[in-house]
Design a protein around this ligand. Structure first.
Ligand code: ADP
Ligand code: MG
Length: 232
């Protein structure tokens, strides 16, 4: 299915504080969309609202989502030091087997494929609790990929990755997006790669949202610390 997100007059408020005001936009697959905006602009709030609209749809609500399979990689996740599963078992949770305890040959293959996408093929049996921050982050992404989503939302997925893994991940996600036709929403602070790998941007600023072509990213939406940014 072609994923579509339609937002009409969406407002986000916490108590007295208005985060987003009368926001309207449409995003449609196939596309690789980068979500930009300063800390506190409301990126995570907006993505959570999209998730909620997808999982509990209401006719007439401000956000409408059309997607068969949605996968989400949250910004923060703390599994704890005693989390019992290996990386492979954790990624396999994304397979959605219902109550069936075994995995089919096709599922095992998909699991190996997802691990390979994030360079964790040789770490399959490592306990997730013993993995590094970057390995954990890549395991979360593999768990999303194994679901073969048509809508994939990643909230700052490269925050704990080094420059090399960041570059590899973005290039692979882009290739996958083009192969499958999915809609990828990728929240990022680093904009150095955007014109090369993204189709469009959604920029949150001043309680508003601007959507445009990645090739024409406004100066004000670009990362300020470009000297720290590693090119892909
Ligand atoms: N549950 C909440 N209760 C109160 N304020 C919140 C809550 N979630 C987020 N906020 C506030 O909303 C603003 C936007 O937060 P967030 O969506 O996390 O921003 P971003 O992801 O762009 O950094 C921030 O000022 C944050 O403090
Ligand atoms: Mg956030």
């Amino acid at each position: 299915m072609t994923a579509v997100i339609s937002v009409a007059d969406y407002q986000a408020t916490f108590g007295q504080k208005t985060i987003l005001k009368q926001v309207s936009f449409t995003l449609k697959g196939p596309a690789f969309t980068v979500i930009l905006g300063e800390n506190g602009a409301g990126k995570t709030t907006l993505m959570k609202a999209v998730l909620k609209a997808a999982l509990a749809p209401h006719p007439g609500s401000a956000i409408q989502v059309q997607a068969d399979r949605l996968a989400y990689v949250p910004q923060f996740r703390d599994l704890g030091d005693d989390y019992p599963l290996s990386i492979a078992a954790f990624v396999g949770l994304g397979l959605n087997r219902g109550f069936r305890p075994w995995t089919t040959a096709a599922e095992k293959k998909r699991l190996r494929w997802a691990l390979a996408q994030v360079d964790l093929a040789d770490k399959a049996d490592l306990a997730l609790a013993a993995a590094s921050g970057g390995q954990k982050q890549r395991a979360y992404i593999a768990q999303a990929l194994v679901q073969q989503p048509d809508l994939l939302i990643l909230d700052e997925p490269t925050a704990s990755l080094d420059a090399k893994h960041t570059a590899v991940l973005i290039a692979r996600l882009r290739a996958l997006q083009q192969e499958t036709g999915m809609l990828v929403l990728f929240i990022s602070h680093d904009t150095s790669w955007v014109s090369q790998y993204a189709d469009n941007y959604l920029w949150l600023h001043d309680q508003q949202v601007t959507v445009g072509a990645a090739a024409a990213l406004p100066q004000a939406a670009q990362s300020k610390h470009s000297e720290e940014v590693h090119h892909v």
